[in-house]
Every structure is written in C-alpha cells, then in structure tokens.
Write a protein that binds this ligand. Structure first.
Ligand code: AOF
Ligand code: ZN
Length: 378
C-alpha cells in the first residue's frame, strides 16, 4: 500500500464493492477494462454511498464518470474507491482525474496503477497535485485478477487466455464421428455460458465447427445480449458457409483467423456473409501460427479469450505456453470409448505443462478444476 492514510476495514469493504461493480461488465467493454467506482461520504450518521459506477458497455463513459454523474453535488468531500488508477489523458473520453478534481472529491483509494502509458502514475500525480489524498494497493491482487485481460494486452501485447475442456471420467472429450456428445450436465453448461459472457472473444479450431457446428453464444436469461466475438482458427478456410457461426455473423461477430492458404473466393464468400478475416503467416506445417494469431487478436483490442478447444488445439496452446487459466470440467458418465483428452490424463498433462491446480468445485454431478499458470507472465 502507498499513501498517507491508514486503511480501515471500512475502506476494504468499499473497495470490495468497487471490484464487484467492475466485474459487472467484464467482457462487455471492448478493449477498455471494466472498472468499478464507489463514492462515499462521511456524515454524522455514518458513511453513505452517494454514487456508484461501472465502465459502461462498449467502454465509455468510464466508471468514475458514471459514479460522479449519479452523485452530482454530493460528490464534494467524498472518498472515491476505484479498482484502477483514474485516467489522466484525453482519449475517447475526457480525463477522470479532471472530473474527480472538479467535483471536489477529497480522497481517492485505488486498487492498482494503470499500466497504460498514457495514464501510468500520472493519474495519481494529477490528483495529488490538486490536494487530493491518494492511497494505492488496496485489494490489488483481486483487482489484478479481475483486470487480467486488460493488463495482459497492455503489458505483454498478448491476450489473457482461458481454456476450457470437458472430459468424461474415463478421459474422453467425445465419441468419434458422433458430433456433439455431452459429457457434462446442465449446471456446467450454464457455467460455460457465464465464462463465454466474460470474455471478449470465444476461440475454437475449425474442427470443432466441422464436428459440432456450435453457436458459441451466451444463452442465459438476462445475458442474451452478452455474446462475445467468435474466433475460428482455420488456416485453409475449411469452414462451411452453412456453419452456424457464419450464418449468424451479422448478429454476433465471427472472425476467421486464416493464412494465405485460404482461397480468395472463399475469403470473399465469408466476408459477404458478415465474417471478418484476419490473415497470419502459416507455420511450416501449414497451421495457423498460434502466437501470431493471438498477437493479432490483441492488436485488434481483444483482452481476454475463452478457448473451447478440442484435444489438439489445447495441447498446442499448452505446449506453446499460451494458456493462463485452464478450466477442466469432468463429467460423471463414462463414454466407454472415443476421442482422448490430454494424455496421459488431463491432470498430469496440465501439471507437466507448468499449470498449478488452484481450486476444485462440484457443479451438479460434475467437478470443475481450475488450473493457473504456475509462473505468472506479468
Ligand atoms: C478509468 N476508468 O472506467 C476505465 C479506464 O479511450 P479512453 O479515453 O476510453 O481511454 C481508455 C483507457 O482508459 C484504457 O486504456 C485504460 O487505461 C483506461 N480505462 N480508466 O479511469 C475506467 N475503463
Ligand atoms: Zn477515465
């Protein structure tokens, strides 16, 4: 923690609220992080929340501006709790520091510094220059976790990647040539939708499209409008024009990451149906170069990717050290035979790839294990 003031349990409570508010629009703010802000005023009767804000859908206005608008004149003398350093630059919106100073906020408590070079430390400096007390670092670990996509793209120029795989207890992800065979129950499916909604992009390999023809949308009541961009890795342009994600590309964006191996005719046909094509150089084996593809997605403003990969793509992502979090769903019903997941078994494979088990939770009859990168990238 840095700053002049003692941090109280009350400060921690309000910061926890700011973080919760920030989580509301995770995956919905484009390249901008979803930040939370709470404005609190001390009164003779105790603390009163006078304004709350989350970075708006699509990224603007920023959280502080939303909270200040709600508070109006009541912001004078208040403490602002913000999950990220208030911005100091005029970008697509005016600086939040200016708004906080003009409103007469007395104290600002932040979870962490913003790594965006246009802000990084300058937000705090502007606030301090205006006589505002600034404390930094409260619940920083939690904030880093919430903002991992934005931090990853800003600091490393790569998206933060969460991969998911569902396996039967006997180690299969599906049956050969049988399309989509569910290996987990309805609770796990809902959890998948939630994870989809919190990502900026949902990524699959073209084989998943050819086998399952999934919609890759969020089908949860209240979150219908929260579907993310669908990204298909397809070096040779094998995706059929009849695929669900192609047919619905005007409603929910579909991006195809391909290489020079796609025909011009197919590329045009996909674009005519609303798909966006991103081209990368193929690997020597004629595959999409995963590192280059992810770097290109980061360049397009994608912070956080949810990858619903099959066994081959999962293995490649793990081998190339591109996975930040791996969610392993294990169902209760054996399949008997089928397509093997990671060998020799998923847990051993994940540990061998440098991932560390963080938690195990029961979801209905299924078990969800969360693995995180053992050595963080940033
Ligand atoms: C804040 N509050 O709620 C968010 C911030 O293009 P602009 O003007 O919207 O600026 C984008 C940058 O602002 C982004 O890279 C990040 O540094 C910061 N995001 N800042 O004060 C917010 N979302
Ligand atoms: Zn701002």
């Amino acid at each position: 923690m840095t700053g002049p003031q003692q941090i109280t349990p009350q400060d921690e409570r309000f910061m926890a609220l700011a973080l919760r508010l920030g989580r509301r629009h995770k995956g919905l703010t484009g390249e901008n992080p979803s930040v939370g802000c709470v404005l609190v005023k001390e009164t003779p009767k105790g603390c009163v929340i006078v304004g709350q804000g989350t970075t708006a859908r699509t990224g603007r206005p920023h959280a502080e501006r939303v909270a200040l608008a709600e508070a109006g004149a009541k912001a004078k003398g208040a403490t602002a709790y913000v999950s990220l350093e208030p911005c100091a630059h005029t970008g697509k919106s005016p600086p939040c520091t200016e708004g906080l100073i003009k409103a007469g906020v007395r104290r600002v408590v932040c979870a962490m510094k913003d790594p965006d070079p246009r802000v990084s430390g300058q937000g705090f400096e502007q606030l301090r220059k205006a006589g505002i007390e600034v404390s930094v670092g409260l619940l920083e670990d939690e904030a880093k976790r919430d903002l991992s996509g934005f931090l990853s793209r800003t600091i490393t120029k790569m998206p933060w990647l969460q991969a998911k795989m569902a396996v039967s207890p006997d180690g299969f992800i599906g049956r050969r040539d049988e399309g989509n065979v569910p290996v987990t129950g309805p609770e796990a499916k809902k959890r998948t939708y939630l994870m989809r909604s919190q990502a900026d992009a949902i990524m699959v390999g073209v084989d998943t499209i050819l086998i399952d023809d999934p919609a890759l949308t969020v089908r949860l009541s209240g979150l219908e409008g929260s579907s993310s961009i669908r990204v298909v890795l397809d070096s040779k342009g094998r995706i059929p024009l009849s695929a669900h994600v192609v047919q619905t590309a005007f409603e929910v964006p579909t991006w195809i990451v391909s290489s020079g191996l796609i025909s011009a005719e197919k590329a045009l046909a996909l674009e005519a149906r609303g798909c966006t094509l991103l081209l990368t150089d193929p690997t020597a084996q004629g595959r999409v170069d995963l590192t280059a593809a992810l770097a290109q997605l980061a360049e397009q403003g994608i912070n956080r990717i949810f990858c619903e990969s099959g066994a081959i793509l999962s293995r490649s992502l793990l081998d190339q050290g591109l996975v930040d979090e791996f969610i392993l769903f294990e169902g209760a019903k054996p399949l008997g035979e089928g397509v093997s997941a990671l060998s020799p078994d998923p847990h051993t494979a994940l540990l061998a790839a440098g991932m560390a088990l963080e938690s195990k939770q029961h979801y209905g009859k299924d078990v969800i294990s969360t693995y995180r990168r053992g050595i963080p990238r940033f």
